[in-house]
Design a protein around this ligand. Sequence first.
Ligand code: AMP
Ligand code: DBH
Length: 568
Amino acid sequence: MTAPTRPATPDTAPETEAATAPVAAPADTAAPTWPAEFAERYRAAGWWRGETFGAVLRERAEARPDRVAVVDHAGPDGARRAWTYGELDLRADRLAAGLAARGIGRGDKVVVQLPNVAEFFEVIFALFRLGALPVFALPAHRESEISYFASFTEAVAYVIPAEDAGFDYRSLATTVLARTPSLRHVFVVGADAGPFEALSDVPAEPVPLTGPAPSDLAFLQLSGGSTGVPKLIPRTHDDYIYSLRGSNEICGVDETSVYLCVLPAAHNFPLSSPGSLGALYAGGRVVMCPRPAPDAAFPLIQDEGVTITGLVPPLALVWSDAAAASNYDLSSLDVLLVGGAKFGEEAARRVKPALGCTLQQVFGMAEGLVNYTRLDDDTATIVTTQGRPISPDDEIRIVDDEDRDVPEGTTGHLLTRGPYTIRGYWNAPEHNARSFTADGFYRTGDLVRVTPSGHLVVEGRAKDQINRGGEKIAAEEVENHLLAHPSVHDANVVAEPDPYLGERSCAYVIPRADAPAIGALALKRFVRDRGLAAFKVPDRIVFVEAFPTTGVGKVSKKDLRARTASGD
Ligand code: AMP
Ligand code: DBH
């Protein structure tokens, strides 16, 4: 990476600027929202209560300033840090003031790519208070994804760790900065900021700020997607906070709860189902787990008295196995949420005997709708269904290919609409015309049936996506990267069964006859070197002469999937 570094932050911002509120950016017109009659209904029903994240944190801090809000082990030499609500509140105010002094304000987008450290909350609550929007990236994302998020949202700042899991995010930021004209600041969490500004140098004396309105956007969340580029999901304070309140009630989260954040903190599942933000909303405690392996998580469960956490299915299996051989006391754990991908019945049955806690299956999406099995559901329901919606106002339709309702109990496409499900992706009118019905239902792409008790069972997927143990891969995005290689004539990426991940990705590639041959390993390296998150690099590449086609001559992904299943 040879990109020149331009100074990321004017380091001469005069102190006096801190007192001046930043100039408001134009209001976000790029996000479709709920029609007035729906918004009124959701307010009247008490789902939307006019709260904002900034104000919620202030209320918790005023009520119980000395209660611990966030714990991590990211202090010097891995020292434990415990921030109280009072401290988190003050840190958010001080960081907001420092960011405002650097010209960051309402409507500005900030790409946040942090591992599971306490600063994650300092940053997002500071942005919430400013009315600036975090764009939630995952630690696994690389140049390809981050440059896209930053340029598509015209982000003004990018927040990274110095290093994490052996990867240097400062060099990634150097590349992204060179490619993204809108980006003016890179803030680094950690000891050595390199050419950029340390986040710890930003905070300033708090300044009065006019916070966002509850109906304003709070952040842009990411979709796993099924198209060439990831889509961004606009969530408001009102709608997201409702999903937290509803989740807390269903999962029994209150001020005594201790939530262990195991999956990447910015992902919608650990963020909101009920997740770290649910725990903070309830006045409970969040413990940040730096790695999902049992050797990192089990000591934290024991020492911090963790009561609830959430895992993807492959991890739930690893934890169930590890618990049998472990000497750690996991008895504080009441609830384990498992979701992100289908959790098989046999695996689900193992959870309670192995970990001694109640399993809650969760079938959710960053676009909105979240379903949970209930704590008092019978065992058969808990192990064979993916739960039922949070809200009585979540509308569910199961339809055939022509959008006609299927008979009750039959599998079909899941469409949904409700008080915390978006009405459109951010700045994507063409996608929206396809992904939403004319009357505002989101086409989830999931194939689902509903049991007589109203629980949903996920039977499959119609969208062109691979669900690699909960990590979603849009086939088209990877196909585009494969097609960029001069020796590739055509490429199709499909899911193939994997005993551990559920699915992994397999790329079928037709080589170009007139180009030098390329091997599978070299092609994988090519894709990785294009700056794609490692989990999207095809697990297997098969070279073929032609693709199977459907009756009208389209490539039949169904037949390709069948080929992988037969081991071809
Ligand atoms: P995203 O839209 O990227 O947030 O991903 C959400 C998608 O993950 C859903 O539409 C499902 O395809 C999948 N998913 C999430 N939870 C489950 C689950 N418990 N069982 C099956 N699929 C799931
Ligand atoms: O996979 C998901 O996106 C997901 C899974 C469980 C999610 O967004 C959620 C719960 O909120």
